[in-house]
Structure formats: C-alpha cells, structure tokens
Design a protein around this ligand. Structure first.
Ligand code: FAD
Length: 454
C-alpha cells in the first residue's frame, strides 16, 4: 500500500503532526504512524506516572493548538484537575490529554482521514522515485509513503567518560538511560546514588526515587554544578519584557545588552520570557561562529535560566539539599572503579583541580539529551549513508530549511521529507518544547496538505 503520509515516531511531535493532518486532510487520505514506544504520543516526557513529575511550562502555554491556547486548561477543568492556566500540571496528565485529543478526532462525527498505527521501529529508508520513500521496519514489513515526517526526538547522551575509564565490574551499577524507569525499583532504601548531570533530568530522578521510598543520599556531579532556576509563584511572576537586542549579532554584545537591562531593573525571568518569541529569528541571524561560541560558553547558563522548574518542585528539591540528602559537586568525572562500598567515583574538582572521590551504590547518567541526533539513531545513520539526509554543521541534528524540509547530502531539500522537533535545532534552536513544536507541526502538516491538494 502507498500511504499519502507516514509519520515516524511516537512522542509529542508525532501526535501533533498527526492531529494537524487529521484536521486538514480529506477522508480519502491514508496516513501511517510508525512508532515503537508504549503509549503512543506520550514519548519520553509524558509517559511518567509520578504525580510529582510536573510540566516545566505553565498549563496555559501547553495547548496542542496554537490557535486554541486554552485547550489544555479546558481539558484539565473538564477532568477535575485543580490546575489553573499559570499552574504546572503533571506530565502524566498531559500525556492523557494528548491521547484524548487524538482519540476524539478519530472517533468524531466528521469522518477523518484513515490512520494506521504500526507498532514497529523504522530501521532503514530508501528513496524510490515513483513511490516516494520506502521504509524497512523491524517487524520485517516495508512501508511506502509519498510524504514522510521524521519525529524521532533525540537520544539520551552517553556517559561523559571513555569506556576504558570504567571498571567492568561496576557496569551493573550504572544506569545509562534513566528514562527506562524499571531501574528505580532496584535501588535499596538506604543506597547512595550518584547522579551525573545537575539539570531537569536529575531533579526528576531524585523525586521519583523519593516517591519509591528511597531515603539514602544523593551525590550530584556536573561540570559546573549549576542547578535549574525555578519559576516564581504565579502571583510574583514578572510579565515578559522585550529584550533590547541592538544591531550586533555577536554573542558577547547580546549578553552585555541583556545584563545592562537587568542592571537597570528588568527582571531576568521576564527578559528570558520576552526573548522566547524572537529566539528562533535571532538564532537564524547569528553567524555559524557565533552559534558555536554560544554552544561552547553559554549553553550551560542558557539551560538553567531558560528551562526553569515549577515552584513546588524547586521547594521540595531545596529542602532535600538543606537536609544534606542531596549534595552537589562541580567537577570533571575521571573514573568509576570498584570501591570498598560499591563503586568509587573519582572526579577533578572544578575550582581547585584536586582529585576527589566518593562511594556510590548506583551511578545514574542524567547528562541530558544527545545533541548529535544522527549518531543515536540507526535509521538516521542509514539515511545519511545513502545521502538522503545530512547532519547539521554544529552537530545539532539534521540540516533542514526554514520549512523543516530535510536537506540531502548536497544540501538540496528532499521532496516530501520533513522532520519535526529537536532534530531541527540547527535551524531553529528553540524547538524542544511544546509551544514551539506545535507551531512547527502545524506548518509541516499545512505544507503536506497543500502538496497533496495540488
Ligand atoms: C523529562 C522531560 C520533560 C519535559 N517537560 C516538558 C514540559 O514540561 N514542557 C514542554 O514544553 N516540553 C517538555 N519537554 C520537552 C519535550 O522533549 C517535548 O515537549 C516533546 O515531548 C518532544 O517530543 P518528540 O516527539 O519530539 O520526542 P520524543 O518524546 O523523544 O519522542 C520520539 C519518539 O520517536 C520514537 N522513535 C525514535 N526512532 C524511531 C524509529 N526509527 N522508528 C519508530 N519510532 C522511533 C522514540 O521511541 C520516541 O518515542 C520535556 C522533555 C523531557 C525529556
């Protein structure tokens, strides 16, 4: 069978593209959605069952539809959840909302396009002029489609340590992918847990372990020891402030301008929020060297100021720090060896450069998401080998144009091949969260709908 559109992936991007296609395409259209993860549409972020795993964006900005901004808040009210537009709903509830919206479109009065959900992983793809693209799936099937939207997310980052620096006998104590939540039940109540990385993933895992009854210590180690800032409570939240960007597109000049505004009294959180609507345009105006400079020197600071946590999550985490349950170390991981009690983690302290060590029963990799998206995906590696795609120059995913069309090895747009989500960070930078991905999903669905109508 030849599908009009194949959506490959099973997270938010895939569900957002599918829903927009259903809103735009006639009933005669055939859509395939190919995904391997359980709970289609929930992806890594929204399949959690822990109530304390909260969204880090207020509910009023999490609607699936840019043109219906209150949609998620209305769903919360219909389902008796006590969360207002400026509150932070649970991520599990958000996953339910996504599936609900898809289900009601599929079951609605207006006959929608046909959608086949194929539970499989796409392993390979070949171009075939008369039938668009042909995918090979890990269930042995083949799938043909005239248009394809890759919604693959990005993988978990590798441990920040070469294999030779890890004692093989402690391998079983290392959790390389904390999103496979089964590891939580293996941890003993008084075990010491070393978490590598001090961002949002670390906070998620600490709180999840506490819910599981863990009462031991946490040693958090990251290069700078920076922790995400919190959103203030709703009644103390500053309105967005327009940043004075000036004419220079040098990172240092932009930062200096930002600091000047803060010195003159602007709230930095308001400024960060004011920057959001213009971030994509600003990123596109930066020369490659300036983008690279930003990634080298500014990324860690950007992450903690930009990706803030809900106030109630921050309060819980700070209480654990105050009670000495969580200790944060700034330094560079050097080795993980067998120790007198579990594993011995050795690192070089950031300020003093002195070697330091501690024992831990578990080492959990929370260093975040893989940025070089092509490397983590066998499908993308295969597509790169065939010249169908090319990596972004800064290793931020795939080369795409401003319409999210994938560029091939010769930097030419591949007809009918699009990608949505964090794999397009090289073109858009600010494209990891719902408020941005939902706009991109709508644009891609509209582009496909107009080619199918033509
Ligand atoms: C823990 C966490 C919390 C977050 N919280 C928020 C938040 O509060 N608000 C917000 O706006 N954003 C949040 N985000 C950002 C989040 O990444 C986006 O909101 C969104 O979920 C990204 O969805 P995605 O579909 O692009 O990627 P993913 O959710 O990663 O989904 C990609 C899917 O594609 C599948 N896949 C990959 N390769 C193949 C293949 N070859 N064949 C078939 N399927 C494949 C994967 O199995 C996966 O299920 C959070 C992210 C994380 C990780």
């Amino acid at each position: 069978m030849l599908y009009d559109v194949a959506v490959v992936g099973s997270g938010f991007s895939a569900i957002a593209v599918t829903i927009n296609l259903l809103r735009l395409l006639p009933p005669s259209t055939l859509i395939a959605v190919v995904g391997d993860a359980p709970g289609f549409g929930r992806g890594t972020a929204y399949r959690t069952e822990f109530y304390m795993h909260r969204l880090n964006v207020p509910a009023g900005r999490m609607s699936l539809f840019p043109d219906k901004p209150d949609d998620f808040v209305e769903w919360l009210a219909e389902h008796m959840r006590q969360v207002s537009a400026d509150g932070f709903a649970s991520r599990g509830d958000y996953g339910l909302y996504l599936r609900d919206r898809l289900a009601s479109l599929l079951r609605g009065d207006e006959r929608p396009a046909r959608v086949d959900f194929v539970k499989a992983k796409a392993t390979d793809c070949v171009h075939c002029s008369e039938a668009g693209l042909v995918f090979h799936l890990d269930n042995g099937a083949e799938l043909r489609a005239r248009n394809v939207v890759l919604c693959l997310g990005i993988g978990n980052a590798d441990l920040p340590l070469a294999a030779g620096k890890i004692d093989t006998c402690v391998e079983s104590r290392i959790v390389r992918n904390p999103w496979r939540l089964s590891w939580l039940s293996k941890v003993g109540p008084s075990d010491t847990v070393c978490i590598l990385g001090s961002g949002l993933t670390m906070i998620d895992q600490v709180l999840a372990l506490r819910v599981h009854g863990h009462r031991g210590r946490f040693r958090v180690l990251s290069r700078r020891g920076l922790l995400p800032h919190a959103h203030p409570p709703a009644d103390r939240r500053a309105p967005a402030i327009e940043p004075e960007l000036g004419c220079s597109r040098e990172i240092s000049a932009l930062l200096a301008g930002f600091r000047r505004q803060v010195r003159k009294g602007a709230d930095w959180r308001g400024l960060m929020d004011g920057l959001r609507p213009v971030t994509q345009k600003l990123w596109q105006e930066l020369a490659k060297e300036q983008r690279a400079r930003f990634l080298r020197h500014g990324l860690a600071w950007w992450n903690v100021h930009r990706h803030r946590i809900a106030p109630q999550i921050s309060a819980r985490f700070e209480a654990l720090r105050r009670d000495g349950i969580v200790t944060v170390h700034a330094g560079f991981l050097e080795t993980i060896e067998e120790g007198p009690r579990g594993a011995l983690v050795t690192y070089r302290e950031r300020q003093s450069h002195r070697p330091r060590s501690f024992n831990a029963d578990w080492i959990v990799n929370c260093t975040g998401m893989e940025r070089a998206g092509v490397a983590h995906s066998p499908l993308l590696r295969e597509m790169q080998r065939q010249g169908l795609i090319s990596p972004d120059v800064l290793g931020l995913g795939l080369s795409v144009d401003k319409g999210s069309r994938v560029l091939d090895l010769n930097k030419e747009p591949q007809p009918g091949l699009y990608t949505v989500g964090a794999l397009t960070a090289g073109q858009f930078w600010e494209i990891t969260a719902v408020p941005d991905i939902r706009v991109q999903a709508q644009n891609v669905a509209s582009a496909i709908a107009s080619t199918l109508r033509a």
